[in-house]
Design a protein around this ligand. Structure first.
Ligand code: HEM
Length: 191
């Protein structure tokens, strides 16, 4: 379950891939929702139900991100993959810090944005979720800016993150990607 010096444990791996899938869905829904609720977007008349699901998944991402942060503090980190140079380690560390920030800031800003823009949210399309923010165009502009900037930040660091994993796995063939895959036997020990 826990990480050890030789590799990531099941909890870290499950959180990693669950959040990856949710983020992918969130980006697809988010791009489709752009342009407002007038029915002129990719989702047309289904805009509000897609919006409810975008908000619901966002809340799940936020909770999982907080669980992930607590878990990362409580379980040891494995030793660095031996194939990563000092510069690559520092790059990986910085990109991970940005991704943790985005995992929290993007859904949070989404809630402030939805509330201040006057949209009512129904979790799972059914459960009313209060709006503690009230209509405010100033708050809406700030939240929208944060929501967009964190999205761009995420896409930039994500390209670096995935590029690093795929380059090591398929060009340098040092098995970096396997460190995050399920099978224990695929662990790459630094020793
Ligand atoms: C939403 C998308 C993603 C996020 C937010 C993310 C975030 C992270 C973070 C924070 C870590 C450090 C371990 C941890 O604290 O959990 C990590 C490790 C890792 N990720 Fe991702 N990741 C994403 C997608 C991907 C994808 C698509 C790949 C593969 C193509 C990938 C490959 C890896 C690998 C191989 C490691 C382990 C690196 C090592 O050996 O230390 N990640 N990821």
């Amino acid at each position: 379950m826990r990480n050890d010096k030789d590799g990531y444990g099941t909890v870290t791996k499950s959180l990693h891939w669950t959040i990856f899938i949710l983020f992918t869905v969130m980006f697809v829904l988010g791009f489709g929702l752009m342009g407002g609720s007038e029915g002129s977007t990719a989702f047309g008349a289904a805009w509000s139900s897609v919006f409810d699901w975008h908000a619901t998944l966002g809340l799940i991402v936020l909770v999982l991100a907080l669980v992930r942060i607590v878990w990362r503090a409580k379980t040891p980190l494995p030793s660095w993959a031996p194939g990563l140079s000092t510069r690559e380690r520092s790059l990986a560390h910085r990109t991970e810090q940005v991704m943790y920030f985005v995992m929290v800031a993007k859904p949070l800003s989404g809630y402030v944005l939805a509330g201040s823009a006057g949209h009512s949210i129904h979790l799972f399309g059914a459960v009313p979720f209060g709006n503690p923010f009230g209509d405010s165009s100033t708050l809406e502009s700030i939240a929208l800016a944060i929501h967009i900037v964190t999205g761009v930040m995420f896409l930039l660091v994500w390209v670096v993150h995935v590029g690093q994993a795929l380059r090591h796995q398929f060009m340098l063939k040092d098995g970096l990607l396997r460190r995050m895959l399920p099978a224990d036997r695929d662990r790459v020990s630094p020793e």
